[in-house]
Design a protein around this ligand. Structure first.
Ligand code: BTN
Length: 238
């Protein structure tokens, strides 16, 4: 990644790229220490403590299948974090978990003009050095520090991730990437019973597989159902 722009505070690194992508080069990376209006998937806020918060701009030679980009990023994150931590898994389509608790999240956004995708923005938040989480968050989130009891250098972590991602993205463009296999082999959800919410209707489902097109294959009421990430949310069944 050629250009890395650093800020102490921004409303959101994704928003910054959305507003400025015209004058920025392909693969520009924006990093902020703090966000005042961090965006999460499904418009949820992304809580910010001592995290690594960044976004990558993709403008040139955009891939046709955007749905798979989130899984590609998840695979690069997996490889990066697996070097530091044990028990890292990928929760389709865009979360990285450690022992079932969320460690990182991906938010993909795009700017579409007419029929054409003008740019893709990949937003990533990794809980890195957060020492204390609220009682509520403690149940469902964790940080690298809370797992290994050691603070790590966020800049080095970003560089490691960008190196993985750069290589994975290149392989992806050449149809040679192993990202789907990584998402399957280290999936948190395959083989599990979950609750899926489809059109606001919660349903019990068994996760069978992640398909080549990035969709998930479920067994619902003994029928195989293929769904994309925009159509459902997955919740674990306890
Ligand atoms: C999610 O888990 O819901 C996705 C979280 C993505 C958060 C990151 S933090 C950096 C980038 N800027 C944002 O506003 N959001 C993403």
């Amino acid at each position: 990644m050629k250009n890395i722009i650093e800020f102490d505070t921004l409303p959101s690194t994704n928003l910054y790229l959305k507003e400025n992508y015209h004058q920025l080069a392909d693969r520009t990376v924006v990093v902020a220490n703090h966000q005042t209006a961090g965006r999460g998937r499904l418009s949820r806020r992304w809580e910010d403590s001592d995290d690594l918060l960044f976004s990558i701009l993709l403008k040139d030679n955009l891939p046709h299948n955007l749905a798979n980009i989130s899984l590609l990023v998840a695979a690069s994150l997996y490889k990066t974090l697996n070097e530091i931590l044990d028990n890292v898994t990928i929760k389709w389509p865009n979360d990285i978990l450690v022992k079932g608790k969320k460690l990182a999240g991906i938010l993909l956004e795009s700017v579409v003009i007419g029929e054409k995708v003008d740019c893709i923005i990949i937003g990533v938040g990794i809980n890195v050095n957060t020492v204390k989480l609220s009682e509520e968050l403690k149940q469902k989130a964790t940080s690298i520090y809370l797992q290994i009891n050691r603070k790590i250098n966020k800049k080095e972590l970003l560089e490691k991730f960008l190196k993985e991602f750069r290589r994975d993205y290149q392989f992806y463009s050449e149809n040679k990437s192993d990202y789907l296999q990584i998402c399957r082999d280290h999936s948190y959800v395959i083989g599990k019973e979950v609750i899926v919410t489809i059109n606001n209707q919660p349903k019990k489902a068994l996760v069978l597989d992640i398909l080549e097109n990035g969709n998930i294959l479920l067994l619902i009421n003994e029928k195989k159902v293929e769904l994309n990430s925009g159509e459902i949310t997955l919740q674990e069944l306890y």
